[in-house]
Ligand binder design. Structure first.
Ligand SMILES: C[S@@+](CC[C@H](N)C(=O)[O-])C[C@H]1O[C@@H](n2cnc3c(N)ncnc32)[C@H](O)[C@@H]1O
Length: 344
């Protein structure tokens, strides 16, 4: 995933990395920067650079937690939520020795101006070392280990979630969709799930923490199977806790999952990098016919202002509205028009 605004922040951080006096730090870890400008600048100034991403992106390794290090310095790209920022800064401080720096960089519209408060106890005074093009680079040196134990599980939140069949303890991690609650669109789709026949195979596209797969399995006759696909390794770590019997697939498209599936469920992503992007929904609707069983069905929920119905009608003969509630609509589609070739 490349975020345009991320590119500017990465460029500004790269400028700072190039302009500072050469240091003895030979290794650098860059966390969650989708752009490559900073990593390149660090390499050019003699650092061995390791990059870590939670989101799958072409040609980049992606895991649920950064490699242990230690590193000479760590750079953190400002993530989407405050909790995620705190988590990444903790992880950063756990990967350097005392006296080594943690840098946080990002754009004004991502909250970088008030981000100093996310540095963990055990880092010294946070200094703004560069402000440019509405982006900032903040720096603080570690003077003691951070308070939380290193690891994703230190950031686990468990809350009761109930979709009408009784509360269950549900695991979230920072940055996972609908952190701490059941999303209303997801809840609407769950209300519309059909009974699932015994032995059915279910695909949850954009599974997040896994509520759709879990609810569909609940509707199943006992030996139904679920595959949970997401491009976020941390979401899949939550799904592993919440739907332990499900198979998890870290991928961006349906090319990674061989069919046939009797049911595909999705509350699909409609944003990328903060702006509306229907690319993933279009790909889902276009490619679902290839992996659906002959009598299979795709059931998805989206905001009713989106052209999901007409998209579905391009790929399926039978498209019906199953529910309308508030701003959301659930569609069910069956009987593919034609099976498209595989596109990866
Ligand atoms: C609207 S959320 C729904 C999450 C979950 N199904 C729920 O209802 O709580 C969409 C999910 O799609 C994932 N996602 C976004 N783009 C994706 C892509 N290109 N391929 C696979 N998953 C993607 C996100 O990480 C997120 O978990």
């Amino acid at each position: 995933m490349t975020r345009g605004r991320g590119d500017v922040a990465s460029t500004v951080a790269a400028e700072w990395a190039r302009s500072r006096p050469r240091t003895a730090a030979a290794t650098a870890l860059v966390l969650a920067d989708p752009a490559s400008h900073l990593a390149r600048a660090l390499e050019e100034s003699g650092h061995a650079v390791t990059r870590w991403h939670r989101f799958l992106s072409r040609g980049q390794q992606c895991t649920a937690w950064p490699p242990p290090g230690p590193f000479g310095e760590v750079w953190v790209r400002m993530p989407r939520s405050s909790l995620e920022a705190a988590m990444l800064l903790h992880a950063a401080a756990a990967r350097i020795g005392d006296g080594a720096p943690v840098f946080l960089f990002g754009a004004g519209n991502e909250g970088i101006r008030s981000a100093a408060k996310h540095f963990p106890a055990g880092t010294g005074e946070v200094e703004t070392v560069l402000t440019k093009r509405r982006c900032r680079v903040l720096a603080a040196a570690r003077d003691a280990p951070p308070p939380r134990e290193d690891g994703l599980d230190s950031w686990q939140t468990r809350v009761p979630i109930d979709w009408g069949t009784g509360p269950r303890a549900w695991t979230f991690y920072p940055g996972v969709f609908a952190h701490g609650r059941l999303d209303p669109a997801t809840a609407l789709l769950i209300d519309c799930l059909p009974p699932v026949p015994p032995g059915a195979r279910i695909l949850d596209f954009g599974a997040g923490s896994g509520p759709l797969a879990a609810a569909a399995l609940e509707r199943g006759g006992g030996d139904a199977e679920a595959v949970l696909l997401d491009h976020d390794a941390i979401s899949l770590a939550a799904a592993a806790r919440n739907v332990p019997t499900g198979e998890r697939v870290l991928a961006r498209g349906l090319g990674a999952v061989p069919g046939p599936f009797d049911l595909i469920v999705s509350n699909p992503p409609i944003h990328a990098g903060g702006s509306q992007d229907l690319g993933a929904v279009e790909a889902l609707v276009r490619e679902a016919p290839r992996i659906l069983a002959r009598r299979g069905e795709l059931i998805m929920v989206a905001q009713k202002r989106l052209p999901a119905g007409s998209l579905l009608a391009r790929s399926f003969h039978r498209v019906r509205t199953v529910a309308d509630r508030g701003p959301f609509r659930v569609w069910a589609a069956a009987v593919p028009r034609e099976v498209p070739p595989m596109t990866g």
